[in-house]
Write a protein that binds this ligand. Sequence first.
Ligand code: SF4
Ligand code: SF4
Length: 468
Amino acid sequence: MNKPGSGTPPTDGMYVAQQKIHPREVKGRFQRLRHLAVIVLLGIFYGLPWLVWDGRQAVLFDLPSRQFHLFALTFWPQDFVYLALLLIISALTLFFFTALAGRLWCGYACPQTVWTEAFLWMERLTEGNRQRRIKLDNSPWNREKILRRGSKHVLWVVFALFTGFSFVGYFTPITELAGRSVSLDLGGWETFWLFFYAFATWGNAGFLREQVCIYMCPYARFQSAMFDRNTLIISYDAQRGEPRGGRARGVDHQARGLGACIDCNLCVQACPTGIDIRDGLQYECIACAACIDACDEVMDKMNYPRGLVRYTTENALEQQPSRVLRPRVLVYGALLLLIIGGVGYSLTQRVPLIMEVLADRNVVYREVDWQTLENIYTVRILNKDRVAHDYVLRVDGLPGIEVVHRPERIRVAAGDTDTVIARVRVPRESVHGAGNVFEFILESSQDANIRRNNTARFVAPAQPTESW
Ligand code: SF4
Ligand code: SF4
């Protein structure tokens, strides 16, 4: 069996025996950046449901009403295309940043990384630094172990429950949810999702941790397809570091034939996935940069230049020319800008009104009098705006065409639908057959920009009939 932290997983027969990893806390510029990312991202997750916009929760997936409120915008099931576009934008953003700078997402923004950092912070607070945690793991159950472990789990459970509560708060108005949580009056689904999400957070961030990244996350597997020799990766400079070996501070290592790596193993102890960056690029590496900060600290103490472990590219490591802006990055970037621009433009042009027109199939056409034919249509109106509107329905496109409906002004409350029976009448001499195309025009009396046009066909006898 290999020694812990050697970078190679120990084996026990045919199966890999899982070893608990206690990452060493390191300080440095990249860890400061990561902590900032954790604070900002958790702040957004926990704070967003409490934001109010126009007297309503700013971000709310209102499933019973089938509406998604996002600040000033409200999306309906008919706006599903925006969800598809959002997924495409997310995927392209991931491809773009991965091609540019490797696993930036994993190291700084992935929820698994972010919540694991928060849980690790609570673990350090209650159980101490790496040495103390390892000692506590190996010690028998005594008063101190029960107290330290117990307080850690109390903190984890409270934090996980608050996470579950905040998650449900994106689907149920969070102020109501808070009130009902206090009075223990939650609905069945709310209770289920609150505890389910809390349990998932507790399990993933408290126990599974790096195993989610190594064994469960598909991104780790296909990222290599997006990497090339110019992708920014975290790497150990073997040319500078080898041959590695221990030495006293101030010793001229070059004179002794040694590289810059003092083989202190601190980069391995800092690694949350337990690998040794000196073994080269590995799919387990989540690019957290802890090994860079750990090694930079060592280099500072040894008075060696920083950057033995650093962000670099495979080409740069081999002293080959390295290009950041290359066709793959430019194509991803251009596609991303194009789609974001398109979605932004489409959102500004979005009309909060939907009209659906359905011709009556029972009576194809009716003779109102000697000169007039009539078709009947069902017009369904959906007001997607946040205020009520009075709509006017008109028809256009055929000589003498007119529409009769009740009421003349159709009032539809905010977020509501209404259905109107529209009788469209056309002089007999204007139409024949089924190819008579005309338009329904629905317009808000309050705002002329809120308007919809739908084409329809007026059905008449195949041959012009003679007037009586
Ligand atoms: S090898 Fe370095 S960057 Fe990769 S996961 Fe380990 S500590 Fe983080
Ligand atoms: S921290 Fe730096 S010096 Fe220490 S073992 Fe790792 S690469 Fe070598």
